[in-house]
Design a protein around this ligand. Structure first.
Ligand code: K7E
Ligand code: CUA
Length: 668
């Protein structure tokens, strides 16, 4: 390790020690903690019963794989949207209709780690159509529809591992991106790990995002084998460019903590994606065999489909001049954020003593002047002084992420010194700082990464909670803090606990989407092949050892509610349709002895649950969602007979339906 590298490591260590001392000093001063907030804080976050919050905030669930929706300024939890993990609250990933969303080339993946929610944009401003979020471990990008708060689509990213710099969007959501955190052999292969420098590569992926149900990989760019960390699109003058941080330019493959902290500067990769589009159009991208899944929910049937793809277009920068440039950036940068004007590109160098800011104007000039230090695998490295706009001096320790208020100020999270630092774009002077409790990761201003921030609040997304709430054993809820940024001085207003780990978040004014919410699914338009639209249409069909049961749920019964003729070892699928046509009237379905899960049924929706009974007997089922005064009466029985039994298929259905059942039984 270089002397400087060692100094940085020691500095970071010392800073952690200082931060810990600060934490315990705070603990000791617990009784005075109330004075941290001004006397008017309570009234600023109080949303009276029956009133609505001003913003929807979407917080990443981190290792839970989901998204949590909060109202701001109250911090009230409104909903968990399941995305990359099975979800016991509504059967997502357990029922037959949603299982295909979890399909990957590695098989069914029921739990992943998600990091970055990203609102779709029009002209560089959040538009309230969709929310995207990445899966980190098995790289994927999901689309959530914001009229239903449901996951509709998941695209797998091949030739990648750790889809971390994702799914940041271009200003019109033509593309969302994913850059690989880990470099790996591309294509993956059985090679010695210490052949890293020779065999491992990174990839930057641009996926089409503006056609619901048709997300796909537009192209990938093959990069040197570094770790790629975060990204943001250009806007305004820098529209057409995308910026990604990279670290481990040392290309270490072991003990990265030390070995990847040697170089004083790593890189921001500046990608001209309009140039990439030209190279694709000119046939300069190679067809690269790559298997990946595209899963989406068919809107008519509300059944997820899976499709396996086999090739991507791969751009090698050496074959497409001008597609990527490297901007030297101190030191092991994490976040990269572009200010609302599109001129400044701010990097958060985890181990840097300054916050470096690059200028897009200077970047253009440096390219024109060929102010190159060297070229790496066909990628020119620009001279630091030729692209640097300025450095924020003494900002604090461990800068990670920056957002903007639209009034000329930037706010950077400082993980090690545990604070938010406010500084002025152009003069680079620090104008304010406020402590966070504790160890802030991302921060979020509604629209704060867009052309038009709503710069009233800032949310600090903290990693460590320690003493902020009543203790709950060894694991504590993680924590967000709401900070008022409407004046010159930042003011702490509120703490609220979060779900999983809130890496990043996005928010928009509630007025943009609250009146667009779907209230129920039209039964007449329910195209699930197993839909039951009226009580008398229910029934049972046996096909060999497979039994399909069609049922309805309505306040306060199932029809049919008595079922016989099922045998041990049959694969029984309950297809239950909630035929209510009224907002917020849900029913549930659970059957004794099922190893899978339950169903929760939105009004007008059909969901299917698979059950393989293992023993003969009579098994009750019931509604699990308290739907009416007679909810406890909403129940039924399934009789299960031994395999090969002569008990015939029977259900208390209409005569017509029973005649149909008798006919199918005779036919078999
Ligand atoms: Cu900084 Cu995954 Cu965006 Cu967490 S990442 S903090
Ligand atoms: Cu239906 Cu309770």
């Amino acid at each position: 390790m270089s002397p400087l590298g060692r100094w940085f490591t020691r500095l970071a260590g010392a800073a952690v020690a200082i931060a810990i001392v600060v934490i315990y000093a705070c603990t000791a001063n617990r009784s005075s903690a109330g004075s941290l907030v001004g006397g008017d804080a309570a009234s600023k976050v109080y949303v009276p019963p029956g009133s609505y919050d001003e913003y929807y905030a979407f917080l990443s669930g981190g290792y839970s794989g989901q998204v949590a929706v909060y109202g701001l300024p109250s911090g009230r939890l409104l909903k968990l949207i399941p995305v990359f993990s099975q979800f016991a609250e509504d059967g997502y990933g357990y029922n037959e209709e949603t299982k295909p969303l979890f399909q990957t080339t590695y098989g069914f993946v029921p739990w992943d780690d998600s990091h970055h929610p990203e609102l779709s944009m029009t002209n560089g401003v959040p538009d309230g159509r969709w929310l995207f979020i990445n899966a980190n471990n098995t790289p994927r990008i999901a689309r959530i529809d914001l009229t239903r708060f449901e996951t509709d689509e998941i695209l797998q990213i091949p030739n990648a591992a750790g889809g971390h710099a994702s799914p940041f969007t271009t200003p019109d959501s033509k593309y969302v991106v994913s850059a690989t955190r880990f470099s790996v052999p591309v294509p993956n292969a059985d090679v010695p790990i210490d052949s890293y420098k020779q065999n491992f590569r990174g990839t930057l992926t641009f996926a089409t995002a503006d056609q619901p149900g048709k997300m796909d990989i537009a192209f990938q760019i093959l990069m040197p084998g570094y770790d790629y960390d975060l990204g943001h699109a250009g806007k305004g003058p820098s529209n057409g460019w995308f910026f990604f941080t990279s670290y481990n330019t040392e290309q270490a493959n072991t003990k990265l903590e030390e070995n990847a902290s040697q170089n004083d500067k790593d890189f921001v990769a500046a990608v001209n994606y309009k140039r990439a589009e030209e190279c694709v159009a000119q046939g300069k991208a190679k067809a690269f065999p790559s298997e990946y899944y595209h899963n989406w929910v068919d809107s008519a049937s509300r059944i997820a489909k899976s499709e396996k793809k086999s090739s991507v277009k791969m751009i090698n920068p050496a074959d497409c001049e001008g597609v990527v440039y490297y901007l030297p950036t101190p030191k092991s940068p994490h976040g990269v954020d572009v200010d609302p004007t599109g001129e400044y590109i701010v990097a958060g160098g985890k181990l840097a003593t300054v916050i470096p800011v690059h200028s897009f104007t200077k970047l253009q000039k440096a390219i024109a002047d060929k102010a190159f230090e060297k070229t790496i695998d066909g990628i020119p490295v620009l001279k630091y002084d030729a692209v640097m706009a300025g450095e924020v001096q003494k900002p604090g320790l461990g800068p990670l992420h920056t957002e903007f208020d639209g009034k000329g100020y930037a706010y950077t999270s400082m993980f090690i010194s545990s604070e938010v630092v406010k500084w002025k774009l152009g003069t680079w002077e620090v104008v304010d700082r406020i402590p966070t409790y504790y160890s802030i990761g991302h921060l979020m201003i509604p629209g704060g990464d867009s052309r038009q921030p709503w710069g009233k609040y800032l949310v600090a997304l903290n990693k460590i909670t320690k003493d902020r709430y009543l203790p709950t054993g060894p694991e504590l809820a993680q924590s967000a803090q709401l900070i008022d940024i409407s004046g010159d001085k930042m003011k702490l207003l509120l703490d609220f606990p979060t779900i999983g780990e809130p890496h990043y978040a996005q928010a928009l004014p509630a007025s943009m989407i609250k009146d667009k919410q779907l209230k129920f699914h039209q039964l007449a338009q329910n195209m699930n092949p197993w839909v039951t639209r009226t009580e008398s249409d229910g029934g049972i069909t046996r096909t060999g050892r497979h039994v399909d049961i069609k049922m309805i749920a309505i306040r306060s019964h199932f029809a049919p509610d008595n079922i016989e003729g099922v045998q041990v070892g049959d694969t029984v699928v309950f297809h239950v349709t909630n035929i209510e046509q009224d907002w917020d009237i849900l029913h549930g379905f659970a059957v004794l002895g099922n190893n899978n899960s339950e169903l929760i049924l939105q009004p007008g929706e059909t969901r299917s649950l698979t059950w393989i009974p293992k023993t003969p007997g009579v098994f009750p089922f019931y509604c699990t969602d308290f739907c009416s005064a007679l909810h406890q009466e909403m129940q039924g029985y399934v009789r299960v007979s031994p395999s090969g039994s002569a008990v015939k298929l029977m259900a208390n259905v209409s005569k017509k339906a029973q005649a149909q059942m008798d006919k199918t039984e005779k036919a078999k």
